[in-house]
Design a protein. Structure first.
Ligand SMILES: NC(=O)c1ccc[n+]([C@@H]2O[C@H](COP(=O)([O-])OP(=O)(O)OC[C@H]3O[C@@H](n4cnc5c(N)ncnc54)[C@H](OP(=O)(O)O)[C@@H]3O)[C@@H](O)[C@H]2O)c1
Length: 326
């Protein structure tokens, strides 16, 4: 039987999500990869246990995480029932809908029909009565924003979700969404954008909107899916994500790897691994509430949390990093 570490709240740092009552751990765990039906169940379970023991109170899912789609939620549901049931009120569990999930016109994008049906399916797969955060996973260019966000409002009002969030909305769309949700009476708790040393789009206005509007920000892929770690310094290991993912492999060019090598040297000079520095780097901005990492091993959970030992960057370090990234 799993009994959570009694010291789990001793060293984790928590940050407030915008102007809300919710604090999130500075490092959160995402279940996009390595928690699906094709993965080792006991390894997934061990990572979730370790994360919670280290004070990671937030697990992030989506309807289509797996593969196959839905299986990460199913596995999480089983693990939740076995290990985390007594800790439900200590956890923030999120899910999302917005990408393709089932065939036909009602299983994708942003209609009220899709979003609410998907949330019901997610709750069933996870065996939960409610999620803490329900996200619209991406904006739908053909559905009025009022409809998609109205569905989030309904999710909250009906008790299926405590809070709502958005993902992949750009700065302008976010400003509009925040206004609509506020008028509906269900404020936007949080935005989930992609952000890392390699992907800096949120700096082009999104972080400003979130800061001004008091909306939290949980950034995904802070390690650029593992490129910002020592994982690929000597080639592509057989058990790595790039070995299984053609898209990631394509980015693994010589120019990118030269940058990774130099960043690795800066990290070592700071007394950190590159993965630790990558996590610390996104958290250097106080508008970032949490770094949402993925892991394939228990040791990676530990490494990523160890980033919190040094979140300070000197002006010189930041200048050097910007210089490398060009
Ligand atoms: N909203 C959205 O549209 C969206 C999109 C993508 C992701 N997300 C969320 O964000 C979460 C994280 O995304 P991500 O998995 O791409 O994040 P990431 O943290 O950038 O990449 C995770 C991968 O990096 C490697 N890694 C992690 N820690 C490491 C360490 N300490 N040392 C060496 N390598 C390490 C592992 O690769 P190996 O597997 O090769 O070991 C791991 O699978 C997802 O699970 C999901 O919840 C959201």
């Amino acid at each position: 039987m799993y009994v959570a570490d009694s010291k789990r709240y001793d060293s984790m740092q928590y940050r407030r999500s915008g102007r809300s009552g919710i604090q999130l751990p500075a490092v959160s765990l995402g279940l996009w990869h390595n928690f699906g039906g094709v993965d080792n169940f006991e390894n997934s379970r061990a990572m979730l246990r370790r994360a919670f023991d280290l004070g990671i109170t937030h697990f992030d899912l989506a309807n289509n995480y797996g593969p196959p789609y839905g299986s990460a939620e199913e596995n999480f549901g089983q693990i939740f029932k076995k290990d985390f049931l007594p800790y439900r009120d200590e956890l923030i569990i999120s899910t999302k809908a917005g990408w393709d999930m089932w065939p036909g016109p009602y299983g994708d994008l942003g209609s009220r029909k899709y979003l609410l049906a998907s949330l019901d399916q997610s709750l069933k797969r996870m065996g939960l009565e409610y999620v803490d955060i329900f996200y619209h996973h991406r904006p739908d260019p053909d559905t009025p924003m009022e409809e998609s966000l109205g569905a989030l409002d309904m999710a909250a009002r009906s008790g299926r979700a405590l809070y709502v969030g958005i993902s992949a909305y750009n700065a302008k769309q976010t400003a509009e969404a925040v206004k609509i949700l506020r008028a509906l009476g269900t404020p936007c708790l949080i935005h989930q954008p992609k952000y890392s040393m390699f992907v800096r789009d949120p700096e082009q206005g999104l972080l400003d909107v979130l800061g001004k509007e008091g909306v939290g920000c949980i950034v995904f892929s802070p390690l650029a899916q593992g490129l910002l770690s020592d994982r690929y310094l000597k080639g592509v290991p057989a058990d790595s994500r790039a070995a299984r993912n053609v898209f990631l492999k394509k980015q693994d060019t010589e120019a990118t790897m030269a940058k990774v090598q130099t960043l690795n040297e800066i990290a070592h000079a700071r007394g950190q691994s590159l993965a630790e520095m990558a996590v610390a780097w996104v958290l250097r901005d106080p508008r970032v509430t949490s770094a949402l990492v993925g892991t394939s091993k228990v040791s990676q959970v530990d490494d990523n949390v160890a980033a919190l030992k040094n979140l300070k960057f000197s002006a010189d370090e930041l200048k050097k990093i910007d210089g490398i990234l060009g």
